[in-house]
Design a protein around this ligand. Structure first.
Ligand code: PLP
Length: 476
């Protein structure tokens, strides 16, 4: 299996070569040359593997279709080490439950170490990185910026791993107390928390500035783990299969998925699963007030938002101005025409901040051929949905999942189960839960008292040179 760039001007590469890379050299995103097909017989076989051997074995089956430069026994071992009851809380790893009797199901993706779905991919990435770096005799220093979920998922995935250090910047005092405690209580020597005196954008600007210093980047082997990483997306494909297999008894049945979306990484994995032949009826994009994606799927116009129109909401992990993985879907939508794609994202987004496909026949395919629909949810919707789910079904859901449930209900079809992906647990967003329910959210026992643990964090001015000096000091 080789991987190509959406912009068409990069060499084709194998999995392990793009594992440690970010964007392709031509500015595009990597995708497989083609999607391996899962026919009826193969799906039946996967159903048996999942039933008899569990999630890790299913993960191996899917990943091995895309990864041919890691020996089978090693890849199997990496999957087995990643998807355990110990790390994800249950043998099912991603258990599906009913929310009422109208066909709405919830797939729990948030029982990993940091209580958000990002653990599903990041835990695998940590093991893949350690494996590949050891094989090459190399080291990697991951530099990132986080306002919450991504940073903690990355730190919990990379803690204690050989050959990897993490330098994670975050805006000082802006994350929830729970999120700060999660990250700053890590005492591992290879994890470095840097609280920047500024806002999230300052952190991102620092990361960009350091990465643009090519000499520094090469000398200190700086890398990232952001959501455009293909390995992350691939790991997510597995739970679409697991959700489908739990919700159905035969391959003749179809299901739909609703996905609380920000950077389009999660739902893009659903698109890949559907392209492989998984019987998915609809893929429903749920956005919050930051509705660039909802606007596109309704109108065909994709318009990046400026800072003044990017809102801070109570589902903060979906607060985006543009969706960094969207380019992958648009590439398929325009028939994998790399020149066209490069024009839409290079000229269109790069120069005008938008493109318009409303008059293009391909736009019809988004809903038709590819099954995409969308909807939007606001703060009032979240509060009402959290309250309703708790009062009617005794089920406490987080703010992002609530956006999903709200939009899912608008897209129910008789006889087709609708699976909403649960992307975080309520404890991470306690303030809104209290607003909705008048009580504190449930707290998993292992997080009792984490706010009181000793913290390992340095506070720093928003100064690129200071961050560079810190990295240099801590790389021997
Ligand atoms: C990251 C995140 C999302 C958005 O996922 P994308 O892959 O960026 O679309 C939604 N909910 C939660 C809780 C998240 O952490």
């Amino acid at each position: 299996m080789l991987y190509l760039s959406t912009r068409g001007h990069a060499d084709r590469k194998r999995f392990c070569d793009i594992l440690l890379a970010g964007l392709a050299p031509d500015g595009g995103l990597y995708l497989p040359e083609s999607y391996p097909q899962v026919d009826d017989a193969r799906l039946t076989q996967l159903r048996e593997v999942y039933a008899r051997q569990g999630y890790a074995a299913l993960a191996y089956e899917i990943l091995s279709l895309y990864i041919d430069d890691i020996p089978a026994a090693d890849l199997k071992a990496l999957c087995a080490k990643t998807y355990t009851r110990d790390i994800f809380g249950t043998d099912a790893i991603v258990p599906v439950r009913k929310l009422g009797e109208d066909g709405l199901l919830i797939e729990a993706l948030s029982n990993g170490p940091t209580l958000a779905f990002k653990d599903m991919a990041m835990q695998l990435l940590g093991n893949l990185f350690e494996y590949e770096l050891a094989r090459r005799g190399e080291e990697l220093n991951i530099l990132g910026a986080t306002s919450g979920d991504t940073g903690s998922a990355a730190e919990y995935a990379m803690r204690g791993k050989h050959g990897v250090r993490v330098f994670m910047t975050s805006p000082e005092g802006r994350m929830s107390p729970f999120q700060q405690a999660q990250m700053f209580s890590l005492q591992d020597e290879n994890i470095h928390n840097i609280a920047i005196e500024g806002v999230f954008d300052d952190c991102q600007d620092i990361v960009k500035a350091v990465s643009n210093d090519h000499a520094f980047k090469a000398r200190y082997k700086i890398g990232t783990v952001n959501s455009i990483n293909w390995a992350r997306l691939l790991a997510q494909v597995v739970y679409y299969f697991a959700g489908y297999l739990q919700a159905t008894k035969s391959n003749a049945e179809k299901v739909s998925f609703t996905v609380p979306s920000g950077n389009f990484g999660n739902i893009c994995a659903g698109h890949v699963a559907r392209q492989m032949g998984l019987p998915i009826s609809r893929l429903v994009v749920a956005t919050n007030e930051n509705d660039v994606l909802d606007e596109f799927f309704r109108t065909g116009v994709y318009k990046v938002r400026g800072a003044a129109h990017t809102y801070e909401t109570s589902s903060p992990s979906m607060d985006i101005s543009k969706a960094s993985n969207f380019e992958r879907f648009v590439f398929d939508l325009v028939g994998r025409d790399a020149a066209r794609l490069a024009q839409l994202f290079g000229e269109g987004i790069g120069k005008q901040g938008q493109f318009d496909l409303s008059a293009d026949p391909a736009f019809k395919d988004a809903a038709g051929k590819y099954g995409f629909v969308s909807g939007k949810s606001t703060h009032a919707d979240r509060v009402a949905t959290i309250k309703d789910s708790y009062e009617r079904f005794g089920d406490m859901i987080d703010t992002h999942t609530a956006d999903g449930v709200k939009v899912a209900r608008e897209n129910l079809a008789p006889g087709v189960p609708m699976i909403v992906l649960e992307t975080a647990l309520p404890i991470k967003f306690a303030a809104t839960i209290e607003e909705a329910l008048g009580r504190e959210p449930d707290r998993p026992a292992k997080f009792d008292g984490i706010e009181a643990l000793p913290k390992r964090v340095v506070v720093m001015a928003a100064d690129v040179q200071k961050v560079k000096d810190f990295i240099a000091q801590h790389c021997r």
